[in-house]
Design a binder for this molecule. Structure first.
Ligand code: NAI
Ligand code: A1CAB
Length: 280
């Protein structure tokens, strides 16, 4: 498992994005922060509003439909929804046959992409939205036909958005999707609940929000820097007969831990089902 060997910006290839929504915009922002010229980025985005947002935020000139401009891309990042990937491949595929393909779509497996594009050099990344603030976490997978140099190009692109790790087995990407891909939503869900409870106990919303966000960030940083497992860190907060014990007991009584695990399994099953349903 190799992590974060960021490649200098001058090593970044010309990159085309198919789909210019949230995830593409996050990656493009990271690339530009790392010194990639906007002129070295092509984006195919059918939505006029999304094109305008890309233009004003990143200074790129998105294309409304597939065309010859895509042909200069050495790497093509597929950032469309799984449901439209096949159509997008049919529309843009002929212009990007020679490129290395990197998909960020949940669930859609490499075999489908190879079939749609007629290209063997296909990799996948599963990023997450903290990429927007360069604190993303991505897992990467590449088919054997992707060379070591091409794997480095994939790393260079995703390192612009935060951290990464490689998985050796494509099926693990469904688990990654359920854990870190969807994970920011779980954090926001708990954050919302903590703020609601704080307000219910008499704090103002800004006070509760600030306390909750700082607690998530601080606990995550403590876990990152600590050599000890989270169970030990949790026990350190939990005085015998104290407040934390009362809260954790209420969580256990309500089956929150088990429900949380079940929720993540549901996300993994959905990732697999998306691959089955829209990868045909
Ligand atoms: N949002 C997230 O947290 C994450 C999303 N992903 C994956 O990233 C992919 C994109 O997700 P988002 O950026 O959130 O969606 P989005 O809806 O913001 O962006 C998708 C864009 O694709 C465009 N599009 C639709 N049809 C197209 C076509 N035929 N050709 C080119 N572009 C087309 C849409 O106009 C839209 O702007 C999805 O497959 C998702 O599974 C992966 C990790 C995290
Ligand atoms: O919800 C989704 O399907 C995408 C993939 C991971 C995060 N968002």
């Amino acid at each position: 498992m190799r992590q974060n060997t960021a490649t200098p910006a001058h090593a970044l290839p010309v990159i085309a994005f198919i789909g210019g929504g949230n995830m593409a915009s996050a990656i493009i922002g990271g690339l530009i922060d790392q010194g990639q010229q906007a002129s070295q980025i092509e984006v195919l985005e059918p939505g006029a509003e999304a094109r305008e947002a890309l233009r004003s935020t990143h200074g790129v000139e998105p294309l409304p439909e597939a065309g010859a401009a895509l042909e200069r891309a050495q790497v093509v990042v597929w950032a469309v929804k799984p449901q439209v990937f096949r159509d997008a491949a049919a529309q843009a595929g002929a212009h990007v046959r020679q490129a290395l393909h990197l998909s960020v779509a949940a669930g859609i497996r490499c075999d489908s992409i190879v079939r749609w594009l007629g290209c063997e050099r296909v990799a996948r990344a599963m990023p997450n939205t903290p990429a927007l603030v360069r604190k993303g976490m991505s897992a990467l997978y590449a088919r054997p036909a992707v060379s070591a140099a091409e794997r480095q190009s994939v790393e260079a692109i995703m390192a612009c958005t935060g951290e990464f790790l490689w998985v050796e087995n494509e099926k693990q990407l469904d688990a990654v999707t359920a854990l870190s891909g969807s994970g920011p939503a779980y954090v926001f869900y708990f954050l919302e609940a903590m703020v609601r409870a704080g307000v219910g106990m008499g704090l103002s919303e800004p006070q509760a929000y600030r306390l909750a966000v700082a607690t998530f960030a601080g606990a995550a940083e403590l876990a990152r820097r600590s050599d000890e497992p989270p169970a030990v860190l949790r026990q350190r907060v939990t005085s015998k007969g104290g407040t934390t014990h009362a809260a954790l007991q209420a969580l256990e009584d309500a089956g929150v831990g088990a429900s949380f695990e079940a929720a993540m399994h549901a996300a993994e099953r959905r990732a697999h089902a998306l691959g089955d349903a829209f990868g045909a």
